[in-house]
Design a protein around this ligand. Structure first.
Ligand SMILES: NC(=O)c1ccc[n+]([C@@H]2O[C@H](COP(=O)([O-])OP(=O)(O)OC[C@H]3O[C@@H](n4cnc5c(N)ncnc54)[C@H](O)[C@@H]3O)[C@@H](O)[C@H]2O)c1
Length: 285
């Protein structure tokens, strides 16, 4: 039986680990070849380590183990020329481009400086715009662009009140949401689709780190992952502390596949009910 994205080629930013790796593997399982990029170095205002070359090598290993091809490159999403070179080389090797998953991101929460605000906006917003720009000349009818926002884009009073870095994160994600909406309008006539996924907390290196343990458990001297989990659960009416990267990949796969061929401009909340409105706000009466 053929896969749900059989024969398609997907370009994924931030693919060395976390959600990006999960998307690469899930799309490969369903028959896609992959163009993968990642920064492979740290950013000073992000209070946790970013992915390494070994991480990207592991993504390559997992995709190739499925019998799919992958072109993996070091590239900084803040630098259009680096992304353009990676996409062009990937398309030259794999033949075409059908799917863009623009999802590389950082969280500079905890740094209350202008640089922390600017760094996260550069990566999370400019990086998404650059990924779409680098892909543009290669896309045709039937192509699918998927952007990763966050519930932070839709929820006032969460990370945006934690200082300049947190405000930058929420700012970047709000603008990713709007950019996705407007790009969907721009591309509709060409039958190219654009959708945005807004996950709540996800179990990746962005959440599973010492800085976050302390942020969620300031009452403990040396909090651990296990100490943080009960605090995460209280944010979700369904009692789910965080999603697995695989949960998000299932949504990416749907938007990438022809099952969603007339679905565009969506803002999908993947939030365990976190944003369910109380009363009738935003809901048909
Ligand atoms: N983890 C969460 O709780 C959560 C929740 C909602 C949304 N998100 C979003 O999901 C996306 C994926 O994050 P994740 O959870 O997999 O975290 P992650 O830290 O595991 O993965 C992010 C990846 O992006 C890469 N990256 C960072 N800056 C880059 C740059 N300038 N150029 C290229 N690559 C770069 C990192 O090296 C890393 O591999 C991000 O946009 C994030 O904001 C995460």
């Amino acid at each position: 039986m053929s896969g749900r994205v059989e024969g398609k080629v997907a370009f994924i930013t931030g693919a060395a680990r976390g959600q990006g790796r999960s998307h690469a593997v899930r799309l490969a399982e369903e028959g896609a070849d992959i163009i993968a990029v990642d920064l492979l170095e740290d950013i000073a205002t992000a209070p946790y380590p970013l992915a390494t070359k070994e991480d990207l090598d592991e993504t390559v290993r997992q995709v190739e183990a499925l019998g799919r091809r992958i072109v993996a490159r070091q590239a900084d999403v803040r630098v259009l020329a680096e992304l353009q070179a990676a996409v062009d080389q990937g398309v030259a090797e794999l033949g075409k481009l059908d799917i863009v998953v623009a999802q590389a991101g950082i969280l500079t929460m905890g740094s209350n400086t202008p640089q922390a605000f600017l760094d996260v906006v550069q990566v999370n917003l400019l990086g998404v715009i650059n990924a779409c720009t680098a892909a543009a000349a290669h896309l045709g009818p039937g192509a699918s662009i998927i952007l990763t926002g966050s519930t932070a884009a839709l929820l006032a009073g969460s990370v945006d009140i934690t200082g300049a870095g947190g405000l930058g994160y929420a700012h970047s994600k709000r603008h990713v949401a709007r950019f996705g909406h407007d790009l969907a309008r721009v591309y509709a006539e060409q039958q190219i689709r654009v959708n945005v996924i807004h996950p709540t907390n996800v179990d990746t290196g962005m959440m599973d780190n010492d800085f976050m343990y302390h942020a969620f458990r300031p009452d403990l001297e040396n909090p651990t992952r296990e100490d943080m989990i009960p605090s995460l659960e209280t944010k979700s009416p369904m009692g789910v502390p965080w999603l697995s990267p695989h949960d998000v990949s299932e949504a990416v796969l749907y938007f990438a596949s022809d099952a969603a061929r007339w679905v565009t401009g969506q803002q999908l909340k993947l939030d365990g009910g976190q944003l369910l409105p109380i009363g009738n706000a935003g809901v048909p009466a």
